[in-house]
Design a protein around this ligand. Structure first.
Ligand SMILES: NC(=O)c1ccc[n+]([C@@H]2O[C@H](COP(=O)([O-])OP(=O)(O)OC[C@H]3O[C@@H](n4cnc5c(N)ncnc54)[C@H](OP(=O)(O)O)[C@@H]3O)[C@@H](O)[C@H]2O)c1
Length: 330
């Protein structure tokens, strides 16, 4: 079909047309407030920059005030008038999260983007101060507990979203429910992938529970595909790609992308009014790069029996339960 016949058949339709999503022309959101964990670097930085460009207030959840300040300055220099704030947040310190949310000086939160993440390549196995394996403890347990403390603020918004940033790496692993923290057999890459699978299974389970409770909040999973620093535009001092690095990274651009583009599915999952709870969003080309689209959720990520056991274990390990249907007392 030629492009002219496509446009004439679209024009003759009486149904209202929603313009196609354009990652460079986001809807105005001046009345919204978002929190991006790990908003001081990498994909989280670009999620925050893109959300700030909509006019929204964006909180950078970061454990490092200096890095958060540099990120906020960089966002302001790229987005005139950006409203960016810093929330001191350490996901590896579970007991600090309630206090962190207390410092979030807002009446309501329209979305939290669970983006922060640790990926270790080599042994030895490391633990958080709370004694949890570092990747599972930060990536999954930290966000699980944070969701609990944010529940009242999310429930106070008309239609808030919890957007969990997963990974393609989670496609090829399964959870070991008898050894969630890799105490018996620690292989860093597998432990990372399982921590991402735990996050994604949590995201889908959270949405099932929100629907069952009749909540206004929804939970969406997004992943960035493959996002390399060498293909990422410079944002000094947050991130700098030299000409040499860019040149050496070029062949990889056939398969993967930079972190600015890695942010696109996450931003769409946060903003697009057509996005529904329980969906998964990722890049169009080989699920690794390109414009965002909704993906079929692999069966093992949506397995409700596994997710229920993970949920129960996470409640036990964190001592809290996220419940956004009934406002938890604060
Ligand atoms: N890059 C990829 O190709 C890729 C692929 C699939 C999925 N992902 C996912 O995308 C997300 C972002 O990845 P990225 O590549 O942008 O990573 P990154 O550049 O390493 O950034 C990670 C961010 O997480 C923060 N963080 C780590 N531990 C934290 C803690 N305890 N408390 C608060 N913040 C903490 C870091 O803060 P500091 O600066 O203080 O360390 C940083 O802001 C992660 O969830 C990752 O699993 C990435």
């Amino acid at each position: 079909m030629s492009s002219s016949s496509t446009s004439s058949s679209m024009a003759s339709s009486s149904a209202p047309q929603t313009p196609p999503w354009d990652v460079h022309r986001l809807p105005a959101c001046a009345d919204r407030t978002f929190l991006v964990t790990g908003g001081n670097a990498g994909i989280g930085y670009f999620v925050a920059e893109q959300l700030a460009a909509t006019g929204a207030v964006v909180w950078l959840g970061s454990r490092d005030a200096r890095k958060a300040g540099a990120a906020a300055d960089s966002i302001r220099s790229h987005v005139p008038g950006a409203r960016v704030r810093h929330l001191r947040l350490d996901l590896a310190d579970l007991s600090s999260l309630e206090g962190a949310v207390d410092r979030l000086d807002v009446e309501r939160l329209d979305a939290v983007v669970h983006n922060a993440g640790v990926a270790l390549d080599d042994p030895p196995r490391r633990e958080t101060g709370d004694g949890h394996e570092l990747m599972f403890g930060t990536n999954h347990l930290g966000h699980f507990a944070l969701t609990r403390w944010l529940a009242p603020l999310l429930s106070a918004a008309p239609a808030a979203r919890v957007v969990t940033v997963g990974s393609f790496a989670a496609r090829s692993v399964r959870l070991d429910l008898d050894d969630l923290e890799s105490a018996g057999d620690y292989r860093p890459k597998r432990t990372y992938s399982r921590s991402k699978l735990a996050q994604m299974a949590f995201g889908f389970e959270l949405d099932r529970r929100l629907r069952a409770a009749g909540s206004t909040v929804s939970s969406v999973v997004a992943h960035p595909g493959g996002a390399l620093d060498s293909l990422t535009p410079s944002r000094p001092p947050v991130h700098t790609t030299t000409a040499g690095e860019r040149l050496r990274g070029l062949p990889a651009a056939l398969m993967v992308q930079g972190k600015e583009a890695g942010a696109w599915p996450v931003v769409r999952a946060t903003l697009d009014p057509d996005v529904r709870g329980g969906q998964m969003w990722g890049p169009r080309v080989f699920r690794m790069r390109g414009a965002p689209r909704s993906e079929r959720v692999p069966a093992h990520m949506a397995d409700a029996a596994v997710a229920a056991r993970l949920w129960a274990a996470s409640c036990e390990l964190t001592g809290v339960e996220p419940h956004l249907g009934l406002l938890p007392a604060r």
